[in-house]
Design a protein around this ligand. Sequence first.
Ligand SMILES: O=c1ccn([C@H]2C[C@H](O)[C@@H](COP(=O)(O)OP(=O)(O)OP(=O)(O)O)O2)c(=O)[nH]1
Length: 161
Amino acid sequence: MLKRLFALQRELDTRIEKEHGLENQDLMDKKILALLVELGELANETRCFKYWSKKPAAKREVILEEYVDGIHFILSIGLNLAIEDQLQLVEQTEKRDLVQQFHYVFDSIAAFRKEINMKNYQSIFAEYILLGKLLGFSVEEIEKAYKMKNEVNHKRQDQGY
Ligand SMILES: O=c1ccn([C@H]2C[C@H](O)[C@@H](COP(=O)(O)OP(=O)(O)OP(=O)(O)O)O2)c(=O)[nH]1
């Protein structure tokens, strides 16, 4: 699955960079910030930290769409590192709640920015997958939603987004 997703991401990223004349630019810092912002948007839709409110979480499909925006940027960062073939996912097993898990993902992204290496990248990946599990998403569901959003992203580029 990961190989397929990396391939789709590469196609999209190449397209976006061409369209915006960014082929030789280092986009790492922007991608990291984009991922942090997506993570904030995702947390906002789950409303998991809004102890002051009774309003329920957004619909499952809205949360899944936010979640796969994050997957896009994680894959895209991986392509910058050119390490997709070495990726080994270590499964996180510790029991955590959703709020804790959001913090773990934020912390892993911050650690990666400080020290951009394979180990720290793997840790973003592992924490983000666990976040998806806590949100109740299956791997198949994530892959399907990723493909749908990837197509939307291509269409946006067609329309000069
Ligand atoms: O190099 C890139 C840049 C962006 N994206 C994707 C990731 C994500 O799926 C989408 C950007 O997020 P979003 O759809 O939230 O874009 P936006 O411009 O912030 O949209 P909106 O204003 O509707 O929130 O573009 C990539 O895959 N590669």
